[in-house]
Design a protein around this ligand. Structure first.
Ligand code: ZN
Length: 278
């Protein structure tokens, strides 16, 4: 019968059955691989390792071969996980990750192994990798880097805490419908933040609400004057055009009678302002 002609109910039933069969077959593959390894049959065929055999003779991709071999060794060592594999609560990916951890951390105690495997049951691969990190000794935190990769692209590496990743995930979920690339997403976030910071710092949303104090009487620059000066000087240092650490500067210092009107104010960057004060 053609798949297109199956009833909805039959289609769902068949798929569930097939997925079960698939896991059963995977399990058989693992057992066979283990037995081939035990008999070292791969060397009869001229392969240096079970991995070479799985890639070149069986046609698995390197990561798939690695997952299966790791899982077959664990299954041999801890037969109790067989049921979990068939049920699908322990996936090959998670088993392979656990296998790597056991190898790298020299975890040999079968009870500890079983305890760790219990923790990763029914976990997504991302959750699993997080769980396993808890058993890793002094994890290396990669260096943060920034490198111009092509004429128009810079590749940056950052280390984020879980809290930041959660925030990023939440933003990604909210805009998921627009399928933004990481570059487009960050551009949007950066533009919004920049706008927000500028608005707050230079009072770009200032409106006349109450009458401002006379600019002659106070050193304090009113919001509306800040906005006027910022827009007039286009948000840049009036001496060097830099946008780094911009400050409002009294052209004629307040101490010697300069007022706080837009006419007597200008934008200066931190360096130009420091130089001026010398
Ligand atoms: Zn400057």
């Amino acid at each position: 019968m053609k798949i297109q002609n199956l009833s909805d109910k039959q289609l769902l039933q068949d798929t569930k059955k097939l997925a079960g069969d698939e896991r059963e077959i995977s399990l058989q593959v693992l057992k066979h691989l283990r037995e081939i390894e035990r008999r070292r049959l791969f060397s009869d065929l001229g392969y240096g390792s079970l991995f070479d055999y799985a890639v070149n003779e069986l046609g698995y991709s390197e990561p798939s071969a690695n997952r299966r071999i790791q899982a077959s060794r664990l299954l041999n060592e801890i037969p109790a996980i067989e049921k979990k594999i068939v049920e699908g609560s322990l996936t090959l990916t998670n088993l392979a990750m656990a296998g790597n951890l056991f190898k790298n951390e020299r975890i040999n105690n079968p009870e500890l192994k079983l305890e760790i495997l219990k923790k990763i049951e029914d976990q997504s691969s991302r959750e699993c990798s997080k769980t396993l990190l808890g058993f890793q000794s002094a994890p290396l935190i990669p260096k943060e880097t920034q490198k111009q990769t092509t004429v128009t692209i810079t590749t940056m590496k950052f280390n984020f805490t879980n809290e930041t990743v959660t925030l990023l995930d939440e933003i990604k979920n909210l805009v998921a419908h627009s399928r933004l690339s990481n570059d487009e997403l960050f551009k949007r976030i950066f533009k919004n933040t920049l706008e927000d910071l500028k608005t707050k710092k230079y009072k770009l949303n200032a409106k006349f609400t109450t009458a401002p104090a006379s600019p002659c009487e106070t050193r304090y620059v009113s919001a509306i004057v800040k906005k006027e000066v910022y827009l007039r000087d286009k948000g840049r240092c009036t001496k060097c055009q830099s946008t780094y650490k911009i400050e409002y500067d009294h052209i004629k210092p307040f101490a010697i009678g300069g007022d706080s009107s837009a006419k007597n104010l200008r934008l200066l960057c931190f360096s130009c302002n420091q130089r001026r004060l010398k």
